[in-house]
Design a binder for this molecule. Structure first.
Ligand code: NAG
Length: 291
């Protein structure tokens, strides 16, 4: 084996490892926003693109977006995706099959398959989409943390990664942990949690809704931010603005005094102005500036 051959073998092994390790591309999207599911293919003629959502549980596929004969083909598109998908048409000839998904909701979470076929070959890539839902609330109010269990029974809500809030299992009562009983108001049929917010110290953090299937799980993350007493916050920031204003005024006056002081000195260099003269300038100046 020549040195060159060895290098090539090493390169091939390395590439294989990269492919094996890579797995699904992970994409995080913000609830209600739009995001891009990336996919690249080796471009050639007769491009056919299919984006499907795939399910572990029942091996079902949802048609998300298709493209062939140089145009979008949405006849079989699932109604869930109607009007929310688009491809970057001007980039397809360059091997970009990325899908833009608008108005992202919790049901969009999951695994997507990008299938690209040309006259040369066909390629597949997987993208896993997770949805982050940032939310705000105030102490003394209720907030609905969304989760989409869509017919699944096994739900767990947790707080800041380790604390269990509640659990619901098939054919059983909902079990709420003792320290959360005064916070939990309701668990809807779909799995959304109605929470009573006490203070930011107690309620602010990450809430997770975990749905368990026979062979996997789906997690929804919700960042809950608690806005404490907005009135006080407003007045303290006004105070800061006034304070900064006064400080700036003082600095400006000081610079002006020094400036005046040296100008006077140039006109009458024989006079050495005393500290009192300087103070007098300060008073005159501040009278002028305030009047
Ligand atoms: C595909 O094209 C879009 C639009 O120019 C770009 O934002 C995106 O990053 C591209 N994706 C890939 C995987 O090349």
């Amino acid at each position: 084996m020549t040195a060159l051959n060895r290098v090539q073998v090493h390169k091939a092994v390395f590439l294989m490892l990269v492919v094996l390790v890579q797995g699904d591309t992970q994409v995080g999207c913000v609830f209600g926003g739009s995001c891009v599911l990336p996919c690249r293919f080796q471009p050639n003629s007769d491009t056919i693109l299919h984006w499907n959502k795939i399910f572990k549980t029942d091996r079902k596929k949802l048609e998300v977006h298709s493209y062939y004969d140089d145009q979008d083909q949405l006849g079989y598109q699932d109604p869930l995706y109607k009007g929310r998908t688009s491809l970057f048409h001007d980039q397809i000839s360059g091997g970009n099959a990325s899908l833009r998904l608008a108005r992202v909701n919790l049901q969009d979470q999951g695994r997507y398959l990008c299938y690209a076929s040309t006259s040369l070959n066909s390629q597949e890539a997987f993208v896993t989409l997770t949805v982050r839902a940032p939310m705000q609330s105030a102490p003394g109010s209720e907030v609905l943390l969304p989760c989409d269990a869509s017919g699944l029974d096994d739900i767990t809500w947790t707080f800041n990664h380790h604390q269990t809030i509640l659990r619901r299992q098939a054919g059983q009562e909902v079990v709420v942990e003792t320290e959360w009983q005064q916070h939990v108001r309701d668990l809807s049929e779909s799995g959304s949690l109605l929470l009573y917010v006490t203070s930011s110290a107690q309620s602010e953090g990450t809430y997770r809704c975990t749905l368990r299937y026979a062979d996997g799980e789906d997690v929804t993350h919700i960042e809950l931010k608690i806005l404490e007493d907005p009135v006080e916050e407003g007045s303290s920031s006004t105070g800061i603005i006034i304070g900064v204003g006064i400080a700036l005024l003082l600095i400006a006056s000081f610079i002006a005094i020094i400036f005046l002081y040296f100008r006077k000195e140039k006109v009458k260099p024989q006079l050495t102005p005393s500290f009192t003269t300087c103070l007098l300038h300060f008073f005159i100046f501040s009278r002028v500036s305030s009047g």
